[in-house]
Ligand binder design. Sequence first.
Ligand code: LEU
Length: 614
Amino acid sequence: MAQASRPGSHRVKQCLQSLVFFRASCFSQAGGPAPITSARPGQNALFSSVPCRDPGLAAQATRCARRLAWRPGGCGVQYLFISLVQASLGVLARRRGKRVKCCDWLADLQRALRLTLATGHLLPPLFVNTDPRGAMRLSPRAAMPVPDIMCRQCNAGCNNKEIGTRVPQPLRPGPSRFIPQEEILRVGNEDANMHSVLAEAFADLGRLDNITLLMVFHPQYLESFLKTQHYLLQMDGPLPASHQHYIGIMAAARHQCSYLVNLHVNDFIHSGGDQKWLNGLENAPPKLQSLSELNKILAHRPWLITKEHIEQLLKTGENNWSLAELIHAVVLLAHYHSLASFTFGCGINPEIQSNGGPTFRPPSVGNYCICDITNGNHEGHTPAGSVVVSESSCEVEALMEKMKQLQEIRPDEMASQEEMATRFEQEKRESMLVIAADEDPPPARDVSRHFEDTSYGYKDFSRRGMHVPTFRVQDFNWEDHGYSLVNRLYPDVGQLLDEKFHMAYNLTYNTMAMHSDVDTSTLRRAIWNYVHCMFGIRYDDYDYGEINQLLDRSFKVYIKNVVCSPEKTTKRMYDSFWRQFKHSEKVHVNLLLMEARMQAELLYALRAISCYMT
Ligand SMILES: CC(C)C[C@H](N)C(=O)O
């Protein structure tokens, strides 16, 4: 093996293997760090395909883990080992093809360890060794008991010259600023189902990002989401990896979603992308620049997409797109626009390495950035269900009663076709008048350079004399048209998207806040159809009168913001709808909003592509 012939690299692999083992054993133990002492290598191993061949190292790792297990409070050893493995995978990835010195590697681990212990955060691989300040020094306040990992080859503690590491302060605890950390699954407390999904997510992404940590409230959905995302980004598709990530950046930037922009900047660089492109769209290749118009319309007014837009991109010339590439790009754009909705809708916090993530700045007043303050996000957490005001105490029961009544309507009691059409038009008009937040926060500078025309957003167009034409799903729908068109041009993606849409649409636990055994289909359908209605999409067999009965004003305000202007979603909006429901149910709502929005965008883009082709 070429690897083994390099001094050190074999050793690195062994270290990695034993750490993977212990991380795996920790991961499989519920209830915190104590059970580590009884964990045996291989037991419920997360990466069972990686055998541990070095008992000496394994014993050393056990000792180290035992000492760490006594860390008071905090993140637990699970995180620690996740971080270790991440760090080591990151180091291996960066040094692939170069000589690896085990001392360097162990020093990296040591740093990763200290940071993890002090911050309680997962460390993305890139973080280690990429501290822009270069020298990592320890402030005594941050000194933590960190075991020496001895390198038996050098017979010394590899890190003995280092005094330590300065520790960044987390700005906000947990993955979401809307949901208290205690409500969110702690890695290690998951059931078998969640465990395997998290394991896959971790293996795939090399980290458990905040989006994953929220979506895992709904493991079946998460699985389908990750599968699709994996296919779009990691399998050989029509577009090269760097382009895929750049398109992700462009799409997220349209909604000023610095969370997603930052994630993809990292991935873009990792995939060999040219850093110059990150200085602004005008530095990217003309081919990517030409996508910006479609990006803009798709994000904010997809009903305006015509076959001329498609023709423009496909026409022969130096920088033209092929059909397969265009489908790939369209799916990526729609995916990231909708994911921005999820990110803002759930108040996702920045990852540790991002702007706005843990920082070396001293904590300032309130620890919130200015845009959060203008958004009303400086208020404390309000756990869902904890605000009991008189009108909300029977909110759930009243809603359930209405759902029941709607389910009992007999076919002969249904409204006439004309009446149904009128109700749709009325709901569509009214949805335009639902007021989104009125402030227009300026886009963050680092994000705005990825797109042009920052003033172009979703507007309450009807008040400005604009009209959203009605899109009839009998003429073009996902099942009969969109699905097969995508599958024809980008095999398997149609299938994956189809599964994901179905998963989101049909997901149910038959619960409503504290009630169980409830058929929630009418409510979920109303949410889905309301999103489509805002985009002008009409199902002629659906009575849009149901929407008004089931979705109250505060919920509509929230939906409108999350779907049309996600960057304007505030904690106040999140808190003020469905006050007795669980946070996991509000995340569930976000899955519906995100997928309905994605399907709506795709329907418009695919209809235009299909017009162009015929
Ligand atoms: C979004 C919620 C109303 C979903 C509900 N908890 C269910 O299990 O179906």
